[in-house]
Design a protein around this ligand. Structure first.
Ligand SMILES: *Cc1c(COP(=O)(O)O)cnc(C)c1O
Ligand SMILES: [Zn+2]
Length: 394
């Protein structure tokens, strides 16, 4: 079978029609989507400022199936950042915490649930540290599709409450994020399982997150930034961004690929391990108290299933991986707050990574660096102790 406009296996090359309800190859391998389209910037500019202004880019055929809240196109704001080496560097921050379910995961959920509806599927299951579950549950609710969301028992209570507010059924799994993935995998081996809308596995999700790259380039005047720092656990934003920038490059819309920097969380640095010797890490990572919930819960992933693809994307872009500590995340979170941004701890990881990148002095002085606030502060509000209660009136 011809590969054009179809699903194909990363491992064995088997090709499946784009409308087969599959999220995995029969060999167990990961699926990719081969999708051909042309982006006509004239047509794009006539459309609403949502991620769907790049309509042709998404592998969904039926307009009537589209599940959308007119999401996307949050501002790309410039932020002053001090740093001895980085005087001239410009940092722009994409405001993805402003998505309707409170994180960038809506980009992936909108395309994935549109495809799910197009396929006539009525029941999906997903596992998530929280935000992907919120996004899938929200879009499933909008489409009238049943969703079950497997979450770690330690997920921030506001995220679980949000998932339940959408009418989704939550299954709380003790242990770490891997235990949650194993629980859902076991469930999927049962008879007649629901469709797996797992954001790390399902390739349609990545064809939604690629909208990040389109929007950033359009907001810069159809230019690529020099460097993009992305918080990375399973890599769904990083891989989407890589796909988006590459597609713009193939179509001649941008003339260079930005350097992609995966910003990992100390204690969860499989990419740095995989690229050892080529990148700068903070220090060797062993998280001492795995029982307490990680500060950057959104990227506390020790074994991303698309690790090889992520490493390849980093290599192709000339970028690499760095890791940031709890202290650096707290510092970036404070910086964000003092500039008027309320984001969750994981969402400060990109800024912490950008600061480390600038301080490392490896980039040019006048680089255009883009990073992203990935999730809203209300996602973890109340979860973290408020230490300033001692300043209460008398
Ligand atoms: C999911 C998430 C990330 C990172 O996504 P991965 O796909 O795991 O790399 C970053 N920040 C927030 C707030 C998230 O919810
Ligand atoms: Zn295969």
């Amino acid at each position: 079978m011809e590969r054009k406009n179809s699903l194909y296996c990363n491992t064995c090359g088997t090709v499946y029609p784009l409308d087969s309800p599959r999220w995995q190859c029969s060999c167990g391998g990961l699926l990719q989507i081969d999708w051909h389209y042309t982006l006509d910037l004239g047509r794009v500019s006539d459309r609403r400022f949502t991620m769907w202004r790049y309509r042709e880019a998404y592998p969904v055929s039926d307009d009537a199936a589209i599940v959308s809240f007119r999401e996307g196109f949050p501002p790309l704001l410039r932020m002053p950042v001090q740093g001895t080496q980085g005087e001239g560097a410009e940092i722009y921050i994409k405001q993805d915490h402003l998505f309707q379910s409170g994180s960038y995961k809506d980009r992936g959920a909108s395309v994935l649930l549109s495809k799910v509806r197009e396929l006539g599927i009525t029941y999906v299951v997903e596992d998530s540290s929280g935000n992907a579950g919120c996004a899938i549950a929200s879009y499933a609710a909008a489409a009238g599709i049943r969703s079950d969301i497997y979450v770690p028992a330690t997920a921030p209570p506001p995220k679980i409450a949000q998932i339940q507010a959408y009418g989704a059924h939550t299954v709380s799994v003790p242990g770490n994020r891997d235990a949650v993935a194993e629980a859902v995998a076991a469930y999927l081996t049962k008879n007649n399982p629901p469709y797996y809308a797992g954001h790390a596995w399902n390739p349609f999700f990545l064809h939604g997150t690629k909208s990040f790259a389109f929007e950033v380039c359009e907001q810069l005047g159809w230019r690529a930034p020099d460097t993009v720092c992305i918080p990375t656990g399973n890599g769904t934003l990083l891989l989407g961004a890589s796909l988006g920038f590459s597609e713009l490059m193939e179509q001649g819309i941008i003339s260079s690929l930005p350097k992609l920097i995966a910003v990992q969380y100390e204690g969860y640095t499989p990419l740095i391990t995989a690229m050892e010797g080529e990148t700068t890490s903070s220090r060797p990572s062993t998280r001492l108290s795995p029982s307490s919930p990680p500060l950057a819960d959104g990227i506390a992933i020790s074994n991303p299933i698309r690790k090889d693809d992520i490493v390849k994307a980093l290599h192709e872009s000339g970028g690499g991986a760095v890791a940031v500590t709890d202290e650096e995340i707290e510092e970036a979170l404070a910086t964000a707050g003092l500039h008027g941004f309320f984001i969750e701890p994981t969402a400060a990881v990109g800024l912490a990574g950008a600061k480390r990148y600038i301080r490392g002095g490896v980039g040019r002085k006048d680089e255009v660096i883009v990073t992203v606030f990935t999730g809203h502060g209300l996602k973890s509000a109340g979860h973290r102790a408020v230490s300033s209660c001692n300043s209460a009136h008398q």
